[in-house]
Design a binder for this molecule. Structure first.
Ligand code: GDD
Ligand code: MG
Length: 192
């Protein structure tokens, strides 16, 4: 699709849980000459994330869970506060986020609104993430949430004041990019 790129070889380096590939390609420079490059790309599929908000009570629903990669890189407890999110299976992003919301938070939401999509780590991870927002209310609570027990998710559900969530970003207590993007989107667009 891009005439300035020619894929030469794709080699799977690891396919234990997700797939790590080394891709060798020729890249045409501005002066017309070609140079050979290779890059590793980690493919763990695509995902969807959602901010649940209640305008009347000025609250948002977030989750807290252990994230091993952060534990190996400077997060002393490994715990992360994040908006509810999940990987897409074969379903579309909207069905995925409804299902994931009920599994992780226990809320059965109605209207969801897609706000944008973003590559979260374009130099190394293939994933594109679909961003949603939805209003929730107490009567939509149909279960405890917590995630899939057989997937060992152990997700804690938190209901937090919107302004407090924004302060938690400033204090470094919320350090997850997708969650920061959603909270700032809500602030910037007057969702609350
Ligand atoms: N056994 C095993 N399980 C794994 C491994 N990697 C992930 N899992 C499990 O696979 C499940 C994936 O859960 P989801 O809720 O579908 O995805 P997520 O991890 O919350 O993904 C969301 O957050 C990611 C990090 O920000 C995003 O990258 C992703 O797009 C999405 O938003 C979790 O139970 C997780 O523990 C692994 O290497 N081994
Ligand atoms: Mg999840």
């Amino acid at each position: 699709m891009n005439p300035e790129i020619r894929i030469v070889e794709e080699k799977v380096l690891s396919d234990n849980w997700y797939t790590l590939r080394k891709v060798t390609f020729d890249y045409q420079r501005k002066d017309g000459s070609w140079e050979r490059q290779s890059r590793e790309a980690y493919d763990r599929g695509n995902g969807a994330v959602i901010l649940l908000y209640n305008k009347e009570r000025q609250k948002v629903i977030l989750t807290r869970q252990f994230r091993l990669p952060t534990y190996t890189n400077g997060n002393p407890t490994g715990m992360m506060i994040e908006a509810c999110a999940g990987l897409l299976d074969k379903d579309n992003a909207e069905d995925c986020i409804r299902r994931e919301t009920e599994e992780e938070t226990g809320y059965q939401i109605r209207e969801v609104k897609k706000i944008f999509e973003a590559y979260m780590s374009p130099g190394s991870v293939t994933e594109i993430l679909y961003f949603f927002v939805a209003e929730y209310s107490r009567d939509m609570k149909v279960g405890e949430g917590g995630g899939h027990a057989d997937e060992q998710e152990n997700i804690e559900v938190m209901e937090i004041d919107f302004e407090e969530a924004l302060s938690m970003i400033q204090r470094g207590e919320i350090k997850d990019a997708k969650t920061i993007m959603l909270l700032y989107h809500a602030k910037l667009n007057g969702l609350m």
